[in-house]
Design a protein. Structure first.
Length: 593
């Protein structure tokens, strides 16, 4: 009789558990189908679609009884960011060529690029081939060429065309060429497409550049017909063919050409909001707390971040990251209905601006509303909707010594095949918290063929699999919330990636970008443990203004500068801290992971 009762109890419990999971899967489906619907148009930060998503999430917060808190007195924590660029009213380009003056038309003959600085300048012109200085490749368009205080005219791409597999690839971007010309002393850079690369002779599009900050000099895209007019004695098609064939630079000083130009690029600023709610268990001014978050924004109709280049279509972002947002909403429902089981408060956050460079989470940690020193840990769900073969990646597993026992404890029945990544940085919003010395865990079911494409749709989500992930995160979160011992913090060895040297090494210094604030230079949010930057004494908040021989105006300059050095090179880094300018010598190392 007792055995029969026991078996019956197990059966009832099993049926109940399956029923509960089915209900969770159903709610996840409802939330993801709405967030990834055509109505929300891809939820790009700053758009009406993102506002609708934020309102939907806030309504879940309200229905679940989460508290509004902070200065705004609402669930919304707004922030401003640069969402686009437009032409100002004073762009101009003219030339005096062989004694005759020519004026050119904006958007027909020329257009400034989105990262161009705004300036008025004039000067002599130098044709510098492809504008590439790569001595290690035995190629240098600037060899024995003085471009100081001159305007540099260059072809786009490289002698290998636009091949991403070429050794020239890292030198070929317009930003890299602008940095090179600026470092050589040029006043401005003009780029045109050779006929071998673009028979249509199209201008580059004016669009916002996520490289952060401007290039420090004016940068213009011009028609090949202008370059042909200025280089008429040499024939631009013949010059390009010779460069591509011989790989031998052909630079020309155009002594009879004088150019005047003015650039006027206007930044378009937009507003978006994090959605923040508090599950209050005890006095917020006295207790520790936990943060659980996910980003709700995506790519809108595509753009540079899209993996379907040139396609203008709704990028639904069902997995990235309607899945994580829906998971957070489900965790809210679960914990508010079992509030008595908690000992500490939980802050739930749906971040915006992640796709623009973790803008929302970076803004939150700067205006955290609750003291970060009382934050036990941050749990982040990003792309948790495509569980296959039970494979779940947990990043940040090395950021607290407690994770070594906690993560396997709640996977004792092997629901998941766990892949643990120690590093707390990389790829999503937990990075902003880890940079503030907070233990983090980032849950992720893996990259797939629909990543950053319009085909990332709700019908492809594994809702039952996500329900299992949510249940796992809930168990971990409750343990962290109720445990008597606070998770300790451990800083991992990690760093920014670079192209490295031609032998395949990956060079790093260990600085971590601060994406939330644009400054004249490259601001860092922190440095990795035992990294070259840490050994040299750099700290979060420092602004790097020179890296070796390169002036640094933005994060792109820094990454390009890093690529120009090799493992074991010693580089002087000039940086600002407070009101002082300092220099540190950094010995570059090879990335270990």
């Amino acid at each position: 009789m007792n055995k029969t009762i026991t078996l019956l109890a197990v059966f009832v419990c099993t049926v109940t558990c399956f029923a509960q999971q089915a209900e969770v899967s159903k709610r996840l489906r409802t939330d993801i189908e709405y967030l990834a619907s055509d109505e929300l148009e891809g939820r790009r930060a700053g758009t009406p679609g993102a506002e609708k998503a934020a309102a939907y999430i806030a309504d879940c917060f309200r229905k679940s009884g989460l508290h509004r808190f902070g200065d705004s007195g609402s669930y919304f924590q707004p922030f401003e960011f640069i969402s686009g660029v437009a032409l100002g009213s004073t762009n101009a380009l003219s030339s005096i060529h062989e004694g005759k003056k020519y004026a050119f038309t904006i958007d027909t003959d020329f257009v400034p690029l989105g990262f161009s600085s705004n300036a008025t300048t004039a000067g002599e012109v130098v044709f510098a081939g492809y504008g590439i200085s790569a001595p290690d490749l035995n190629y240098d368009d600037y060899a024995e060429l003085d471009v100081k205080d001159k305007i540099v005219l260059v072809l786009r791409y490289s002698p290998a065309g636009d091949s991403v597999k070429s050794d020239f690839n890292k030198f070929s971007s317009a930003r890299y060429k602008a940095m090179t010309a600026r470092d050589k002393g040029a006043k401005a850079l003009l780029l045109f497409s050779g006929s071998l690369d673009d028979s249509a002779d199209a201008l580059l599009k004016l669009r916002v550049d996520n490289g952060g900050g401007n290039s420090g000099i004016p940068v213009l895209s011009i028609k090949r017909s202008l370059a042909a007019q200025w280089l008429d004695a040499f024939n631009v098609d013949t010059l390009q063919a010779q460069l591509n064939r011989s790989r031998h630079p052909r630079s020309i000083t155009l002594a009879d050409l004088h150019i005047e130009l003015r650039t006027d690029v206007v930044e378009i600023k937009s507003r978006s909001s994090n959605v923040v709610g508090l599950l209050q268990v005890t006095d917020t001014s006295e207790t520790e707390y936990l943060v659980i978050g996910a980003h709700y924004d995506h790519l809108g109709y595509g753009g540079e971040e899209s993996m379907a280049p040139g396609v203008h279509a709704i990028h639904h972002g069902a997995d990235d990251n309607a899945s994580g947002t829906a998971g957070v909403m489900e965790l809210i429902r679960r914990f508010t209905s079992h509030k008595s089981s908690l000992r500490r408060n939980i802050v739930f956050i749906a971040f915006s601006g992640e796709e623009e460079g973790i803008l929302g989470s970076s803004h939150y940690v700067k205006d955290s509303q609750l003291p970060l020193e009382r934050l036990r840990a941050m749990l982040n769900l990003d792309m948790v909707g495509r569980l296959q073969d039970k494979k779940l990646t947990v990043q940040g597993s090395g950021t607290s010594s407690l994770w070594n026992t906690l993560l396997p404890r709640y996977n004792a029945d092997s629901i998941f095949t766990l892949t643990l990544v120690k590093d707390g940085f990389g790829g999503s919003d937990q990075s902003a918290f880890y940079a503030k010395n907070i233990p983090v865990l980032f849950f992720f079911t893996g990259i797939h063929g629909d990543y950053h494409k319009p085909s990332d749709v709700a019908s492809k989500i594994n809702f039952d699999g996500e329900a299992q992930v949510v249940s796992y995160v809930a168990s971990l979160a409750q343990d962290i919330d109720t445990a008597a011992v606070r998770p300790d913090f451990k800083k991992m060895e990690s760093a920014e990636r670079s192209g490295g040297d031609r032998r395949g090494g990956r060079v790093y210094s260990g600085v971590i970008p601060d994406f939330a604030e644009q400054v004249d230079g490259f601001k860092i949010s922190g440095v990795s443990a035992n990294s070259p930057a840490a050994k040299a004494g750099l700290l979060g908040g420092d602004v790097i203004i020179r890296f070796g021989k390169h002036e640094i105006k933005n994060i792109s300059d820094y990454m390009y500068a890093l690529q120009s050095y090799k493992v074991n090179d010693e580089v002087d880094i000039v940086y600002k801290r407070g009101g002082a300018t300092n220099t540190a010598k950094v010995k570059l190392e090879s990335r270990k992971n």
